[in-house]
Design a protein around this ligand. Structure first.
Ligand code: MN
Length: 236
């Protein structure tokens, strides 16, 4: 039987005409044994509810900044472009998927959506002490290191406590939401990975493993693990 993974999409502009994602997410899912399905932001609560009975996993992809209204803050100067339809759809999707114990892998913007959906807050722009998290190096290049929590699922997965990662964000998780456990931080303290407690697999990473895995095969492990969990998901 096939394993179906829903990938979220965003709008390329504020005119709501063109949808956008890179094919790296689909490739990573496909190469790990899954069938990627692209989910447009216009889906409503009812659509999402029925859709979830056909999916084995959710991949929240990278994208523009989430509206700070989702963590009860005004939009500050340095917050970037907002995609209101996508925000609304993804928050509903995450909350329902968490309720149904559907495996979730959340990448970049995804980790921020996951945290916001659980009542956490974000830095709308990284604090001044931070390293360069919006890298100018090529996409696959590990611009900073992360320190992984000993004994955590990531520690077991990578068999090491420190790996190099790429970085394409100017925002990050500030206060973790309910039931969230921090799994890794950059050397400047910025939160780079987290998971939801008491859930089979809901894990967020701030970096982009899908852009690194051609050069660093270690980065495939997260997708393989995610697909393993999606395979075992019996709710469909
Ligand atoms: Mn980073």
């Amino acid at each position: 039987m096939h394993t179906f993974v829903g990938l979220t999409l965003g709008y390329r502009d504020s005119q709501y005409r063109k949808l956008e994602t890179t094919d790296r997410y689909s490739r990573a899912v496909k190469n790990a044994g899954g069938v990627p399905l692209l989910l447009p932001p216009l889906l409503k609560q009812n659509d999402i509810c029925s859709l979830l009975s056909h999916l084995d996993g959710i991949l929240l992809t990278g994208g523009v900044d989430i509206d700070p209204r989702y963590f009860s803050r005004p939009v500050k100067q340095k917050n970037g472009r907002i995609d209101p339809l996508r925000d609304k759809m993804e928050i509903i999707l995450v909350r329902q998927a968490l309720e149904k114990n559907i495996p979730i892998l959340a990448i970049c913007r995804g980790i921020q959506v996951l945290n916001s959906a659980c009542g956490g807050t974000l830095y709308q722009d990284l604090p001044p002490f931070s390293y360069q998290h919006l890298q100018k190096a090529p996409k696959w290049y590990p611009v900073h290191k992360i320190n992984i929590k000993p004994g955590s699922v990531l520690h077991k997965l990578y068999s090491t406590r420190q790996i190099g990662v790429n970085s394409f964000h100017h925002q990050s998780v500030k206060d973790p939401g309910e039931n969230i456990k921090i799994l890794a931080r950059a050397e400047d303290g910025v939160i780079e990975a987290l998971k939801i407690k008491n859930h089979p697999f809901a894990l967020g990473v701030q970096w982009h493993p899908e852009e690194m895995l051609n050069k660093y095969s270690l980065q495939k492990k997260l997708f393989q693990y995610f697909l393993g969990k999606a395979n075992k998901y019996a709710g469909r």
